[in-house]
Ligand binder design. Structure first.
Ligand code: 2HG
Ligand code: ZN
Length: 471
């Protein structure tokens, strides 16, 4: 294991030197800024960075990285700070490098259907830009209004359309990165075909800023989907959801297949601003979406729905008839994470192959309910691609520390089951600090050794987001 050879705190003189590398006013050290930029959406860690720096150009990023190497100062990259694994948390005196001022769309290439983006471009900004060109950027999730492309690349963000479009990785045509030694690399030259050895671009996707920082990304766009239509179907039990998925996949090209439990619906309806999908309540719900390209497709969906009802897999259901109805159905699923955030939930983001989902969920649910009969356990997620979100809500009377300590006990058992099923301890939220100590449940010792060796190549002094992914 590489020792952490970085300073914990920067000196006043070092901060003064840092200020000379960027525009005036682009280094902040006030308490508010340190608090705001030192954290992401995780709630376990107390932010404690030394300073926040806002570069505006690639040259400035390079200068910051060289300065950090010279003084052995740890850098933490910061995008929209919507992450859920504490990969962008600076809790140990690091300097946060925020990409808020590198937020321009640089170029659009019509024939290649690509957009050159600076890392601070917000996901929604790219989605709207694509729309203006009559195209589509398909990676989508609830935090698209604040998450940034650089962060999406750092975590290989997934979301609600993975079943059809895959993860962020699929949409990165090329990358410019500043490595941990301050070198600028241009990776893949935005080519579709490029058989010239190792594809280093892929290494930087999902690396959580531990190898280098993305300073420019060329993102691919896709044909815009037509007449998206959603259905929400109520099922009598969890086991019915998979045959429903199978039945619909046999008839339609789904753009999404999500699920949530009735407990999740309780929380959503308690907000008072989202209509119930239908009058009855069922233990689980599937939300599926497809392009209703013509009447045949819509009729095929309705016939499949009827088949599922006849089989007893579906008890009730609804299909959107307008854009407004489509959006309201999506709110039932997309609002869950934000709605429950004030319960300080303990989160798990786990995955297995689709066929194993029912027995996997049953095994984990047994462990969790046996150990926490008094806790509210919420299940939801992207079931069409095998990704489940398990959220345990903190009872009001229990302190945060005690609650997380009690949840940590069961972590080990949950991850043993993940390992038994050859699954992942982090399907889409990344490893960061929250899952760092459990990496061995999803990656072999030999694999982790290779990962550390790769880090040493790109970041010889260990200054790039140290303590994330592995210690
Ligand atoms: C989602 O799918 C997000 O809603 C957040 O990935 C999941 O908060 C969570 O556990
Ligand atoms: Zn998710």
């Amino acid at each position: 294991m590489n020792p952490l050879r970085v300073h914990v705190m920067t000196t006043a003189a070092q901060i003064e030197e840092l200020k000379t590398l960027v525009e005036s006013g682009k280094v902040l050290t006030d308490a508010d800024a340190l608090q705001t930029y030192g954290k992401d959406w995780t709630k376990q860690y107390t932010p404690a960075p030394s300073a926040i720096v806002f570069p505006k150009t690639t040259e400035q990023v390079q200068a910051i990285v060289r300065w950090a190497n010279q003084h052995r100062i740890a850098l933490v990259p910061s995008g929209g700070r919507t992450g859920l694994s504490a990969a962008a948390v600076a809790a140990h005196g690091e300097v946060v490098v925020s990409f808020d001022y590198m937020n321009r769309i640089v170029e659009f290439n019509e024939y290649d259907r690509t957009v050159v983006c600076q890392p601070g471009v917000v996901t929604k900004q790219l989605q709207l830009f694509a729309e203006e060109q009559g195209l589509y950027y398909p990676v989508d999730f609830a935090s698209s209004g604040s998450s940034q492309i650089g962060g999406n690349i750092g975590t290989n963000a997934g979301g609600i359309k993975v079943i059809r479009y895959g993860m962020t990785r699929n949409w990165v045509a090329g990358l410019k990165v500043v490595t941990g030694s301050g070198e600028l690399l241009e990776l893949n030259r935005d080519l579709i075909k490029n058989a010239t050895g190792y594809d280093l671009r892929q290494l930087f996707i999902g690396a959580e800023g531990t190898l280098g920082f993305v300073v420019e990304a060329t993102m691919r766009l896709e044909r815009a989907p037509k007449n998206l239509t959603a259905m929400v179907l109520g099922t009598p039990d969890f086991d019915s959801i998979m045959p429903v998925l199978h039945a619909f996949q046999g008839k339609l090209d789904l753009t999404a297949f999500e699920f949530f439990s009735d407990k999740c619906l309780d929380k959503i309806l308690a907000r008072g601003d989202v209509p119930a999908p239908f009058e009855s309540r069922t233990p689980f719900y599937a939300l599926l979406e497809f392009e209703a390209l013509n009447e045949d497709v819509a009729n095929g969906a309705l016939a499949t729905f009827e088949h599922c009802v006849e089989q007893g897999w579906v008890l009730d259901g609804v299909m959107s008839q307008s854009q407004q109805q489509l959006e309201n159905l999506w709110k039932l699923r997309e609002y869950i994470s934000e709605t429950i955030s004030h319960f300080t939930p303990y989160k798990n983001d786990i995955s297995v192959t689709v066929g194993q989902v029912p027995s996997f969920l049953r095994d984990i649910d047994d462990i969790v309910s046996a150990n926490y009969p008094d806790f509210d356990v919420l299940w939801y997620g992207h079931i069409g691609d095998g990704n489940l979100h398990l959220n345990i809500l903190k009872p009001e009377a229990l302190g945060k520390e005690d609650f997380f300590a009690r949840c940590a006990v069961v972590n080990k058992w949950v991850f043993e089951i993940v390992e038994k099923y050859n699954g992942s301890i982090s399907a889409e939220h990344g490893v960061g600090m929250t899952k760092r100590d459990y990496l061995q449940y999803s990656r072999s010792e030999a694999e982790i050794a290779c990962m550390k060796a790769i880090k040493a190549v790109f970041d010889p002094n260990g200054i790039m987001n140290p303590g994330k992914i592995f210690a």
